[in-house]
Design a protein around this ligand. Structure first.
Ligand SMILES: NC(=O)c1ccc[n+]([C@@H]2O[C@H](COP(=O)([O-])OP(=O)(O)OC[C@H]3O[C@@H](n4cnc5c(N)ncnc54)[C@H](O)[C@@H]3O)[C@@H](O)[C@H]2O)c1
Ligand SMILES: N[C@H](CO)Cc1c[nH]c[nH+]1
Ligand SMILES: [Zn+2]
Length: 435
């Protein structure tokens, strides 16, 4: 099988240009996708359930009589769980337990403090109803059910509505069982932009939610970007990414398979290996050539590697880290002897996998941390999906008569400085003049 993958040299003059081309991915950059998504969103807003039925028949090749064919209640989820074999069910439960334990550490609590007649604080409350998008086009993702729903439930969200496309109407027991285990309240087997529009605006059957989280393809990402403001969103998650920094001493087959692990998600997934050892890069290339024909998704992997795969040679590990910081990858594997020593130098990465034994795939399923992570360089400013995404904060303010009088003077002065006399007088009513 022929292999088409870019080779880059970090010391070359045109390196940055190549790197920028390789790493650029933007949801709302494709005009055709944008106009398709806009028209789907307005279709759902105008025609509600009927539009959902029509789009789902068209895009997921389903034969639906009515919207009720895509609504699944809790009993259906539990029936799917019962159908799983015991080993598979136990693996899901074990993964869910690890994910829950990790996320319980993220819970933020309310706090208050008092100083001289003033009480100040922050009250933390869960969102009431959230929508989780679970991708289901090219593959089904029970692990994404756990990663999206568990933090919501740990945060205390009362109602978790899940949407997941079910191409050709093929029921995936894994996905439904994961929803049962994670405590999802309702499932609609719809996907793409139409599912996002339904959650954002509500239809006769799909309840409008406060926030939509979860990854998806370009239609999903574009739709999330367009409905933001109407509802909250977690992030715009693009195609999966892996960047491996290796000192050249890990088994090349392991690294080849780690690169495949993200390439097999999507034609636009990004898989990059950086090493200061040129011979090692060649060994990994040989491993890829040998192993690729053995892969079930060999064509998808080959396309992905050709589109956005790269071997990057750097003069040393520090330069490898600098290049990685420039890319800000979703997943960063530090396949080196002492990953702890590199940690302080890592500025941007969604998740950091430390040491030769820590395959990124463990993080995708059951390590504990969330696998919904910032992609496309957004790790520069955003973080993994977590309990904090489902909690919101209200400020608390309480003044005694004396403190209202004292601090009110400052408010009054500033309000008059802004020319806002109602503000000023509101504060002044509470100012008591001392005899
Ligand atoms: N970041 C993460 O945690 C994570 C986890 C799992 C998957 N992913 C990513 O999620 C993505 C999943 O994509 P997917 O396609 O498999 O599933 P998906 O569920 O995101 O998309 C499927 C839907 O796309 C819509 N669609 C497809 N073609 C269309 C067209 N021509 N016009 C209008 N709508 C169309 C359909 O409505 C369909 O239901 C991949 O990029 C994968 O890398 C990310
Ligand atoms: N690697 C994906 C996130 O980028 C998550 C996933 C789910 N299943 C397998 N992998
Ligand atoms: Zn993965």
């Amino acid at each position: 099988m022929s292999l088409d993958i870019q080779w880059l040299d970090a010391t070359a003059e045109d390196f940055s240009t190549h790197l920028n081309t390789l790493t650029a991915w933007e949801a709302v950059s494709d005009q055709q996708v944008l106009s398709t998504v806009q028209s789907i969103i307005s279709g759902v807003r105008q025609q509600g359930d009927q539009a959902l039925v029509d789009y789902t028949c068209r895009f997921d090749q389903r034969n639906l009589a009515s919207i009720t064919d895509v609504c699944l209640g809790i009993e259906t989820l539990h029936e799917a769980r019962q159908r799983l074999n015991i080993n598979d069910e136990q693996a899901l439960v074990a993964a869910a337990d690890r994910v829950r334990q990790y996320h319980e550490k993220q819970v933020q609590s309310s706090w208050q403090y008092e100083e001289e007649g003033v009480l100040l604080g922050q009250q933390v409350t869960p969102m009431a109803r959230v929508g989780i998008y679970v991708p289901g086009g090219k593959a089904a993702y029970p692990s994404s059910v756990l990663m999206n729903a568990i933090p919501a439930k740990v945060a205390g969200v009362k109602e978790v509505i899940m949407v997941v496309p079910m191409p050709k109407g093929v029921v995936n027991d894994w996905v439904l069982a994961a929803a049962a285990i994670a405590g999802v309240d309702k499932v609609f087997t719809i996907g793409g932009a139409q599912a996002i529009a339904a959650l954002a605006y509500g239809t006769e059957s799909v309840p409008k939610v406060d926030k939509i989280v979860g990854p998806g393809n370009i239609y999903v990402a574009t739709a999330k970007q367009l409905v933001f403001g109407q509802v909250g969103i977690d992030m715009i998650a693009g195609p999966s990414e892996i960047l491996v920094i290796c000192d050249g001493k890990t088994d090349p087959d392991w690294i080849a398979m780690d690169l495949f692990s993200q390439a097999e998600h999507d034609e636009d997934a990004q898989s990059i290996l950086i090493s200061p050892d040129r011979d090692f890069l060649h060994k990994v290339e040989a491993s890829i050539k040998r192993l690729l024909p053995t892969m079930e998704r060999k064509d998808l992997i080959a396309t992905s590697l050709a589109n956005r795969g790269a071997f990057i040679w750097t003069p040393d590990i520090d330069t490898a880290v600098a290049v990685s910081n420039q890319i800000a990858p979703e997943h960063l594997e530090l396949s080196v002897e002492n990953p702890q020593a590199l940690l302080p130098k890592i500025q941007h990465a969604g998740a950091i996998f430390m040491g030769r034994y820590t395959a990124e795939a463990l993080g995708d399923y059951c390590a504990g941390p969330n696998h919904v992570l910032p992609t496309s360089g957004t790790a520069r400013f955003s973080s993994p999906l977590g309990v904090y995404d489902f909690q919101k904060r209200s400020s608390l303010v309480c003044f005694s008569a004396e403190s209202a009088s004292e601090i009110g003077q400052i408010a009054s002065t500033l309000a008059r400085g802004e020319g806002l006399t109602a503000h000023a007088r509101s504060a002044e009513y509470r100012i008591t003049t001392k005899e």
